[in-house]
Design a binder for this molecule. Structure first.
Ligand code: NDP
Length: 450
């Protein structure tokens, strides 16, 4: 923690006392507070208005029991969460994560980051996040459905199209959103845009599936063009993960002329020097829900290596971490730099540890932080909300064009904020400040409402 400002140090101390044993949440808060030092120094009125004291405390945190019956007839119990972090600029918006690692710290770090990310999109959405420690791996479709129905039975009391609009995240894709939506409709008897990431036959938006991965590449391309006068063409790219974000980041990176040579999952990574064959990956991950190691059994030029962090030793020009938080540490960052990486952009939320970010920044590597670089998913979710409200659908190309414009804008707002506060090109600081300013203004205007 490099905080020097005494007011911000006091805020951070309170957060530490209120949230013991929540390392991910403290990591996310610490990073934002560090970035806000020059803003607080220029705008002391923020202190009297308690804007930062308020922004680090969720408006509401809901924790609930989720009981469900497995295929053998046994009752299982999981814990459900929804954090409604900040509604200053719009209804709470943020995904649901189903993964055994989910706990209050992870949900709060994600919800906190979501405030600034959603603000950066320029669209009217507040920050929220939710999920459960339920593990979808190895469960039958019927078990997934019963879990989702039980989860939504409680969650439905707290959400609504103008209140809080959840979406997918790790472990929550089209199948889960469908079951959750069906249960919400059954309980409320209303067909509203209460979830995003819906199927195309019942209110989903074209290009939502692709949006986070595509948006990441639009952002990265703009960053490369403005800050290094180059682009994806002819570059070797490494993408971690092999879920929704990784697959569509790979697709767009290849369309823009890059060659993606590695992908991973939580058991290891595949390396294919001839370039990843995405149709094979989609068949394995989207259709069969199998392991990425299967790719090496089907493609002769590929090898599989156990252990996921090894992926960062594969030489590349561009690295796109798209799996999970803290998956890229200092040692991995040093390996990437030693192998000549020129740009790193985060598809996952907080995938780089603070030490790794420091390695990139000291080495002059372009670094696109998650809040800015992966905001395309939630931006397109907001476009889905607009289409639902209008009862109208835009074409794929219309949504894709809006997404691309939003990502280019996010890059410029982030870059300009870094320059305005004397941290030229530090996009971590730029994203935190640009995201913060709009929310702080809206909070001030609304008085001491929360
Ligand atoms: P998915 O569940 O579709 O995919 C997650 C992928 O990451 C899986 O391949 C998973 O492998 C892999 N993974 C998990 N842990 C590790 C690890 N330690 N090392 C390597 N691979 C790992 O999730 P998404 O693609 O939706 O989400 C990925 C990240 O992107 C998350 O951080 C999420 O918060 C973020 N994000 C997602 C958005 C979206 O629109 N979906 C929007 C913005 C951010 P395995 O199957 O073995 O678990």
């Amino acid at each position: 923690m490099k905080l020097k400002n005494s007011y911000l140090l006091g805020v951070y101390d309170t957060v530490v006392k209120r949230n013991p044993c929540e390392p991910e949440f403290l990591q996310a808060v610490g990073e934002v507070l560090e970035s806000l030092e020059p803003v607080v120094e220029k705008n002391p009125q923020l202190i009297k208005a308690g804007i930062i004291d308020r922004i680090v405390e969720p408006e509401r945190m809901i924790v609930f029991r989720v009981s469900w019956v497995d295929d053998a007839g046994k009752v299982n119990v999981n814990r459900g969460f929804r954090v409604q972090f900040n509604s200053a600029i719009g209804p709470y918006k943020g995904g649901l994560r189903f993964h055994p690692s989910v706990n209050a710290s992870i949900i709060k770090f994600l919800g906190f980051e979501q405030i600034f990310k959603n603000s950066l999109t320029g669209l009217p959405i507040g920050g929220g996040k939710g999920g459960s420690d339920f593990d979808p791996k190895g469960k039958s479709d019927n078990e997934i459905m019963r879990f989702c129905q039980s989860f939504m039975t409680e969650l439905s009391k707290h959400i609504g199209a103008d209140t809080d609009v959840p979406a997918g995240d790790i472990g929550v894709g089209a199948r889960e959103i469908g079951y959750l939506y069906g249960q919400y409709k059954r309980l409320r008897n209303e067909f509203t845009g209460v979830l995003t990431g819906k199927g195309l036959t019942y209110g989903g938006s074209l290009a939502r599936t692709q949006a986070t991965g595509y948006g990441l590449c639009y952002f990265t391309n703009e960053m490369l063009s403005v800050m290094k006068s180059t682009d994806f063409k002819g570059k070797t790219v490494v993408v971690s993960g092999s879920g929704n974000v990784a697959i569509y980041a790979t697709e767009k990176a290849m369309q823009l002329g890059g060659k993606v040579v590695a992908l991973s999952d939580s058991s290891g990574y595949v390396y294919d020097p001839e370039g990843i064959k995405l149709d094979v990956v989609k068949q394995i991950k989207e259709v069969e829900r199998a392991r990425i190691s299967e790719y090496a059994n089907r493609v002769e030029s590929a090898t599989f290596t156990e252990g996921c962090s090894g992926i960062w030793t594969v030489p590349c020009d561009i690295a796109l971490p798209c799996a999970t938080q803290n998956e890229l540490n200092e040692e991995s960052a040093k390996a990437l730099v030693a192998n000549g990486v020129i740009a790193v952009a985060e598809g996952a939320n907080m995938p780089s540890t603070p030490e790794a970010v420091e390695v990139f920044q000291k080495a002059g590597i372009l670094f696109g932080p998650a809040k800015a670089a992966n905001a395309g998913g939630v931006a397109t979710s907001a476009l889905e909300m607009s289409q639902n409200s209008m009862r109208y659908s835009w074409t794929f190309d219309e949504v894709d064009k809006k997404l691309s414009d939003i990502m280019v804008n996010i890059f410029h707002n982030t870059y300009n904020a870094s320059k305005k506060y004397g941290c030229d090109g530090n996009l971590v600081v730029g994203a935190n400040i640009a995201g913060f300013e709009k929310v702080a203004d809206a909070m001030s205007a609304q008085g001491v409402a929360y």
